[in-house]
Design a protein around this ligand. Structure first.
Ligand code: SF4
Length: 495
């Protein structure tokens, strides 16, 4: 077996040796990437290509990952020729660690700057070991690397709608000093990883904090498949502090039902515990009063948005949020609710038409129920993007009624399992209305599929995705409608 490490397998090994072992010996045990993860990869690729434009005259090493030896030789040739001002995907190897550097920039005073390109809009600590292992390999292979940095998108950049300025779009974060501090350990770490990989048995490592930090591990479902699942574990106590968690762990308490009366819990945790012990919903606030501000005609509103890494519309920034779909349900006494929606199907800026259609759909009076402060924030951003409709949009915002605080402050059902998200609350309060029958499971997936559909030349597939998106958003507003009905019923005095 070729146990040559790469920069990503080194990162896997730093997170957990078992993750690295699985990566080499049992990759099929990983949970497959979903659409949202795929979008992250595609975005990384797109951002990487754009970053290269900052280095005019740069040379891209053509040999791919299946031709490592050729890539090493090609790199050496281009480095020695001393003509190209920068190399993209330059290949180096040192002590069985093989890396491809995103950008290698020739410095005017001699030597090189190593640049790792990331599609995020900020520098994260976890990027430093990525640079560290490359620095170790490049210097080990004899390259004079004098500077090192991480190139991210810059959220301060505002696109003018005409031409992307690749120099202003990116920001270089120097990390040479931090990466240098890691160098002394990397040789030992990589030798240990390769020795571990040479074993036929997987290392015995239990699931723990390392499974989610710095990245969620794709082997989590496999590693935890046989672990006992408590009916209501202490993880269901919302925002449980580290101190309380440690005290419960020290007392050997895994289940909420085993927490003794004498253990100090905050108000909400006491309610959660009572709900679990009694196995039924707890009404702990004045629901009737909380719902009284909802004036007819009652509407229900939900937005779907996407946030392109590379800004596409004038006035937007990297990862600026753009609404592309809304759904509105309007309640009518004794009649089925009326539904309206709008999905922007073109490649142009959705916001002007979105604002018009939204104002048409919401009328001028009555409460508009939402579930989270997200719609209010989006309305404010929409008003800034479409100033001629700002006043009308502010009027919409003033009519919003958020059902989330009502649920959080007034009731708790054991089936919430510690979460007040609509997808957790809905099945408990309005059984029978879920999302399992839909092709789209969450907002991240909706954003990923929308962006993919926009780029899809196959009209039939495009329309199929648009229909799935509409169905998903429609379910969200049907959900808040049913939730309001359920809360109203709970607020009625018992007869
Ligand atoms: S799930 Fe956790 S224990 Fe299992 S391989 Fe991943 S990080 Fe290691």
């Amino acid at each position: 077996m070729d146990s040559r490490l790469s920069k990503s397998s080194y990162q896997n090994g730093k997170q957990c040796h078992l993750r690295l072992w699985h990566h080499f010996h049992a990759r099929d045990l990983a949970t497959p990437d979903d659409d949202a993860k795929q979008l992250v990869f595609d975005t990384g690729h797109e951002v990487g290509e754009l970053a290269c434009k900052r280095y005019p005259g740069g040379y891209s090493i053509a040999h791919d990952h299946k031709h490592q030896q050729e890539a090493l030789e090609e790199t050496r040739r281009v480095v020695d020729a001393a003509t190209a001002p920068a190399l993209f995907e330059a290949a180096f190897e040192h002590e069985h660690v093989f890396v491809r550097a995103d950008v290698l920039e020739r410095l005017p005073e001699g030597g090189w700057r190593l640049v790792e390109v990331k599609s995020t809009a900020n520098l994260k600590d976890v990027f430093v070991p990525d640079v560290g292992v490359q620095l170790w390999v490049l210097r080990g292979a004899g390259l004079d690397v004098r500077e090192a940095g991480v190139l991210t998108l810059d959220r301060d950049y505002v696109y003018d709608g005409v031409q992307l300025d690749v120099n202003a779009l990116f920001k270089l974060h120097p990390v040479l000093d931090k990466a240098t501090l890691l160098l002394k350990d990397i040789g030992g770490e990589t030798r240990e990883m390769r020795a571990m990989l040479a074993q036929s048995e997987a290392p015995a490592i239990a699931a723990g904090k390392q499974c989610v930090k710095p990245y969620p591990c794709p082997y989590y479902a496999h590693c935890t498949r046989d672990l006992p699942r408590p009916a209501h574990g202490i993880g269901e106590l919302p925002s449980l502090s580290k101190t309380k968690r440690r005290k419960l762990d020290e007392a050997g308490i895994d289940e909420i039902k085993d927490i003794p009366d004498s253990f100090a819990l905050n108000h909400l945790h006491q309610i959660v515990r009572t709900a679990v012990l009694q196995g039924r919903i707890q009404i702990h606030g004045n629901l009737r009063e909380a719902l009284a501000a909802i004036k007819p005609p009652v509407r229900h509103l939900d937005f779907e948005t996407f946030a392109p890494a590379i800004p596409r519309f004038a006035g937007t920034r990297p990862y600026g949020t753009i609404p592309f779909l809304f759904s509105v349900h309007t309640e009518h006494d004794g009649q089925p609710p009326a539904h309206a929606d709008y999905l922007h199907e073109g490649d142009d800026d959705p916001r002007p038409m979105f604002a018009e259609r939204l104002l048409d759909a919401l009328g001028e009076e009555g409460a508009i129920c939402v579930y989270s402060p997200y719609e209010a924030r989006m309305l404010r951003e929409l008003a800034a993007a479409v100033p001629r409709r700002a006043k009308a949009l502010a009027g919409i915002e003033a009519r919003l009624f958020d059902l989330l605080p009502v649920v959080r402050n007034c009731c708790y059902h054991p089936d919430f399992r510690g979460s007040f998200s609509l997808k957790s609350v809905l099945p408990a309060l309005a059984p029978g209305l879920g999302y399992d029958d839909l092709a789209i499971a969450d907002g991240q997936m909706a954003a990923a599929l929308y962006q993919r559909a926009l780029a899809d030349d196959n009209l039939a597939e495009r329309q199929q995705t648009f229909a799935a998106l509409r169905a998903y958003c429609k379910r969200d507003t049907l959900a808040t409608l049913e939730l309001r009905r359920a809360l109203t019923a709970l607020a009625l005095p018992a007869v």
